[in-house]
Design a protein around this ligand. Sequence first.
Ligand code: ADE
Length: 226
Amino acid sequence: MRIDIISVVPELMTSAFSHSILKRAANKGIAEVHLINLRDYATDKHKSVDDYAFGGGAGMVMMIEPIAACMDDLKSQRNYDEVIYMSPDGEMLNQSVSNQLSLKQNLIILCGHYKGVDERVREHLITREISIGNYVLSGGELAAAVLCDSVIRLIPGVLNDETSALSDSFQDNLIAPPVYTRPAAFNGWKVPEVLLSGHNANIDKWRHEQSVKRTEERRPDLLKGK
Ligand code: ADE
């Protein structure tokens, strides 16, 4: 998979992609993320990427020309499955959206900044708008990093133990069961006996029961969707 992220502050995302699982995915050649500075596609001598809103009002608007030039350049090199705009009024990110996107080959993600992008970008150049929650961030960059993390970790070969993404919370509309490690007792607080029993069938059964119980207690809305 290849993801091209277009932004006016790509530096905001460099750290997210330089460590841990996302770095490993890049090193293994499974998922490469390219951070593109929109200013490199500015069409005037001042390298402008934003301008005042027609009709007045506070805040700047990202211009269509640099965005179109950048996307044209990328599209001339390969085909893209989706051109995503990160926006608080987009479709809500969830595990099902991440699963769908993890099957794609090439994605463009556009990060909004200032007051947002010229509406014609959304009408004509974007295929999908995604929000990471009902709150407003200063820009789409952190949201794009969240989206990429949730998608890339699902691609086979990225995680060492491939089953570990399958047992994540939400994969089944269920929350993951509790986990424990050594010591088996701390301050008198004991690890559930069944986990120390070595009996795999009983352990699987216990974990499933715990998942259902947790989901009923904490996220009953997930069970209604089943
Ligand atoms: N840009 C600003 N806020 C956002 C959000 N909640 N989700 C995605 N992109 C955003």
